[in-house]
Write a protein that binds this ligand. Structure first.
Ligand code: NAI
Length: 391
């Protein structure tokens, strides 16, 4: 039973994870090297709690209980009583390894030492420990208190016990767990790549505008945001870096190739909402609302844009299953709970028909003769054998 939780790094993610654990009744110690970061985390939590009280979601006793469950500490040694520690510091392997090996000197033999990293391998982080079997990836999504999904990633060194306790704890905290193999992008950051990449490619081919592509995905697919709206929301710099990291980590597999359009937007400082301009203009309220106005386009063109992006997403999800990155259920849960897709991609494949998926992929390959459009062997096998992902 996990009671005492240590969180390392009190930035966006660390503060959010601390709130989740404290709400679930754990006694949390939140540590950061910067006192300003600790002060900010404390002040932000106060604001969040006040808002929840105003909305009637919690009462003042509950607010006090959650806040009293968190202690803000400025020495790593103070985490010595932890049953579980979750690290959410800067995304730098050497710095993380350093913190992990120091931390291991203070904590008990069986304390689980986890990382919230989005892009580093858990095996490499675990290698800094004397007892690497206690290390695991516990990957929350931003904002941690609101997003239901947590990816749990055992490294090759991780023990069965560490995995089981981690999964149980995260479920006890009210989250939905998807267990993923320690591979680049885990589930969500891998399977979601074509949503951005294929949309950018269609735009670069000159056959559709940003808003035409966004409308197709929202009107036909039921996605809450189109790819360009979402990239503007995430930030083009951040989204480009994730793509580039995944591309490099997959030894330059052309399926993950980054786009020049996004690179130039990023270089120009057209980062999206945060800079006032991205694929759309956010410089005034009027522009923001006009960018969101849906321009209806030719239905046939919309269908073809949507089908192309969808089949690339399905192909990526099927390939993740082919390579045993996660179970079919966890792959679908990850996309609906981690990035709010209207349906799981494998369930969507069943609905469209596996034969349809194979035919669409082969049509794309015929058109371009690029490895990017290779159909997953799993889809091909399932089609031959008349199988579905779910009964
Ligand atoms: P952030 O920049 O908001 O916070 C990082 C905090 O760590 C800062 O307060 C900093 O002072 C502190 N810090 C840096 N070095 C430290 C050290 N050696 N010891 C103690 N504290 C230290 O970063 P953010 O966005 O919260 O990300 C943290 C981690 O979570 C990264 O590994 C990132 O990849 C991962 N992540 C981020 C997500 C996001 O959307 N921001 C989503 C999921 C994972």
């Amino acid at each position: 039973m996990i009671k005492n939780v240590g969180i390392i790094g009190s930035g966006t993610m660390g503060a959010g994870i601390a709130q989740v654990a404290a709400t679930a009744g754990c006694s949390v110690k939140l540590y950061d090297t910067k006192t300003e970061a600790l002060d900010k985390a404390k002040a932000d939590l106060e604001k969040i709690m006040d808002r929840l009280v105003e909305k009637g979601k919690i009462d003042s006793t509950e607010k006090e209980r959650i806040q009293n469950n968190i202690k803000y500490v400025s020495s790593l040694k103070e985490l010595k009583d932890s049953d579980l520690t979750i690290e959410a510091i800067v995304e730098n392997l050497d710095i993380k390894k350093n913190v992990f090996s120091t931390l291991e000197k203070f904590v008990s033999e069986d304390c689980i030492i986890a990382s919230n990293t989005s892009s580093l391998s858990i095996a490499s982080i675990a290698s800094s420990l004397q007892k690497p079997e206690r290390c695991i990836g516990i990957h929350f999504f931003n904002p941690a208190p609101l997003m239901k999904l947590v990816e749990v990633i055992p490294a090759i060194q991780t023990s069965e016990e560490t995995l089981n306790i981690s999964v149980k704890t995260i479920k006890d905290w009210g989250k939905t767990v998807a267990v993923a193999k320690d591979t680049p992008g885990f589930i969500v950051n891998r399977v979601a790549r074509p949503f951005y990449g294929e949309a950018l490619r269609i735009y670069e081919e000159g056959t559709a505008t940003f808003s035409e592509i966004d409308s197709a995905m929202k009107e036909i697919g039921g996605f809450r945001m189109g790819p360009f709206e979402l990239m503007d929301f995430i930030g083009n710099d951040v989204n480009y870096t994730v793509t580039e990291t995944v591309f490099e980590a997959f030894y330059f597999d052309p399926r993950y190739k980054p786009s020049f359009t996004q690179k130039r937007f990023s270089e120009a400082g057209y980062l999206g909402r945060k800079s006032g301009k991205g694929y759309y203009d956010y410089s005034s309220e009027m522009n923001v609302s006009s960018s969101a106005v849906e321009r209806s386009i030719d239905k046939e063109k919309s269908e073809s844009i949507f089908n192309r992006i969808l089949v690339m997403l399905i192909n990526e999800a099927a390939d993740a299953l082919f390579w045993n990155i996660a179970s079919a259920e966890d792959i679908d849960t990850a996309m609906t709970k981690g990035v709010n897709y209207p349906k799981g991609l494998l369930a969507w494949a069943d609905e469209k028909g596996i034969d349809w998926c194979v035919k669409k992929m082969d049509e794309l390959y015929e058109e371009y003769h690029e490895d990017r459009y290779r159909c997953s062997p799993l889809l091909r096998k399932m089609n031959r054998e008349g199988m579905r992902f779910f009964d």
